[in-house]
Ligand binder design. Structure first.
Ligand code: SAM
Ligand code: SF4
Length: 369
């Protein structure tokens, strides 16, 4: 039986409506819920949905942060072009391939190549790298390289890339325009780009930050409905973490909301968002993010996995580059080696009674979101 879990009132009051049919008012009430007894009902429902739809395996995706150059000026991100003090790097093809081989040795099923929107990464160069990774390791390849033109995306897909991650960050158009300026002559429409990526044959992932300055409860509820409407294969949700060298972090760009409307960037709000996402999109792959592990180093990863998540992304970036991929300060795992990261995460996964998944761990299309 699928439970309808009603926020507020009696913790035992449950009626038979599907989680994925949650209405806007239910989502909003759950997001604002503070009662621990009630929240326990939400955690349990999310965990049960996770077990039923994607099982107990936790898939490991090895993250390679291939370049910290970026032409964009996102108001929240430490890699923005305007952050002049950041020392920039771009990995070589040989370094990248070495990381992919390490991923294979560690038993990961996927490598995720992530960077700023860096046109120093040319389409042809990256297509060659993807071809080599596929031929030499057989791993699934996920790309997260920003809003590249369609011909680049098609070339990479032809070269064998399997998935593309592009968070829409917030579904509130006014807030999005403020925090994520378009490039001259190229209006940014990440939702439209996700549809095109799917058309090119990628599995598509998206997501949001929780607690962005100017993000209201209503817009976070709309984000959750957008996940459901887009039928996403992967959904990444992490807290917004302030970076002092950015306009949002310094308070230069503001979008002040009436009292009580601003979503806090707390771990509790992230857990609620992850749990509701699992109920609304039961078949999606949902990571327990590094940003969550950053705001609760002791148990953020585990609590994310216990409240709906089924993926983690151990960092494979070589030590010399890692600290320069400073999206936000104090990022978890920056000083650990790739080997230490994989051992730590395996241990954490097993300690909560789950096991590491084998194979690429793609979206199971038999489960409808
Ligand atoms: N450049 C690509 C893009 O924007 O899609 C990929 C790299 S970007 C650093 C990956 C994600 O980091 C963004 O989609 C955003 O959600 C997240 N991020 C950036 N700044 C952040 C911050 N201050 N706090 C939390 N997450 C942040
Ligand atoms: Fe660049 Fe992505 Fe950071 Fe925006 S979020 S500044 S596109 S790396």
């Amino acid at each position: 039986m699928i439970l309808r879990i009603a926020p507020g009132g009696d913790a035992d009051a449950e009626t038979p409506v599907q989680g994925r049919a949650l209405r806007r008012e239910d989502i909003l009430a759950w997001l604002r819920e503070e009662g621990w007894g009630r929240l326990e009902v939400l955690w349990q429902a999310a965990d049960a949905a996770r077990r039923t739809h994607v099982g107990d395996a936790v898939h490991l995706r090895g993250l390679i942060e291939i370049s910290n150059y970026c032409i964009r000026q996102c108001g929240y991100c430490g890699l923005r072009a305007g952050h002049r003090d950041l020392e920039r790097y771009r990995m070589s093809a040989a370094e990248l391939l070495a990381c992919a081989h390490q991923a294979r040795q560690f038993g990961y099923g996927t490598v995720v190549l992530q960077s700023g929107e860096d046109y120093g990464i040319t389409a042809g160069w990256l297509a060659d790298v993807v071809r080599h990774i596929k031929a030499e390791t057989g791993l699934a390849v996920t790309l997260s390289l920003g809003e590249r033109p369609d011909p680049d995306l098609m070339l990479w897909r032809e070269a064998g890339a399997d998935r593309y991650l592009l968070r829409f960050e917030t579904s509130d158009p006014e807030l999005y325009r403020l925090i994520h300026p378009s490039l001259p002559g190229r209006p940014s429409d990440r939702v439209a780009m996700l549809a095109r990526l799917r058309g090119f044959g990628y599995e598509v992932g998206s997501g949001v930050m929780v607690g962005l300055p100017g993000q209201s409860w209503d817009s976070l509820a709309a984000d959750l409905e957008t996940f459901r409407a887009l039928d996403l294969d992967m959904i990444g949700i992490g807290p917004y973490i302030s970076h002092p060298a950015t306009p949002l972090g310094s308070g230069d760009w503001t979008h002040v909301l009436p009292a009580g409307e601003q979503v806090p960037n707390t771990e509790l709000t992230v857990y609620k968002t992850v749990a509701l996402t699992r109920l609304l999109c039961p078949g999606a792959n949902i990571p327990s993010t590094t940003a969550l592990a950053t705001i609760n180093r002791e148990s953020g990863r585990e609590l994310g996995l216990l409240r709906g998540a089924n993926v983690v992304m151990p960092n494979l970036t070589p030590a010399g580059y890692r600290e320069r991929y400073e999206i936000y300060p104090g990022k978890a795992c920056v000083n650990e080696t790739a080997q230490a990261c994989q051992m730590c995460l395996r241990h954490r996964i097993e300690a909560i009674g789950r096991h590491v998944g084998s194979g690429p761990g793609g979206r199971n299309r038999k489960v409808r979101n």
